[in-house]
Design a protein around this ligand. Sequence first.
Ligand SMILES: O=C[C@H](O)[C@H](O)[C@H](O)COP(=O)(O)O
Length: 220
Amino acid sequence: MSAEAQKQAAAEVAVAKVESGTVIGVGSGSTVNLFIDALAASDTRIEAAVAASEASAERLRGHGIDVVDANRVTELAVYIDGADEINRHLQMIKGGGGALTREKIVAALSKRFICIVDESKRVTALGDFPLPVEVIPMARSYVARELVKLGGRPELREGFTTDNGNIILDVRSLDLSKPLHREQELNNLAGVVTNGLFALRPADELLVGTDTGVQRFTAA
Ligand SMILES: O=C[C@H](O)[C@H](O)[C@H](O)COP(=O)(O)O
């Protein structure tokens, strides 16, 4: 089964977990796109969604689903999003598409975070995928030097600007064996908006598309 088919299967199981009449959080990326399409094709009629990217908002609206500003809600029933890597504690690296900051905000607003992935995203240790760090442009060089001091190899994501008008540094070689500590440490660097580690707010449930069906996990 292709990765695409695995993502599709996970997305469809996630749709079944969404209740009509609720306001939900919707992440971004190719897996979430499949979720949005599957939600629109289902009998489930949500009240509205808070979207983690302009692209997701546009896709939702294209299906006639209302999109509301995050400031208009106090809590979301559930957040559905993909990941670039996820471990058995359901801690993740996210931000391959550059939407990490808004994703973190929508995840923080949500009672439950359901992560949907194909099986290539499950890892024993986080860190093969370069860690995205969103940085305010004037801090680019300073933050890059600090990341090097921490053992990382940052690379500017060329020609890319986030929905918030910032840049992304993709960082290789950082030791991510203590993700909680690392997430906080990186967020403390002046000029960092946020980083793609989701350890302080891991997923609550993981749905993995595999060749033998969708496997469900909760944090180990
Ligand atoms: O910024 C992008 C998001 O964190 C995505 O959830 C992540 O990159 C996974 O994307 P995809 O579902 O396309 O693999």
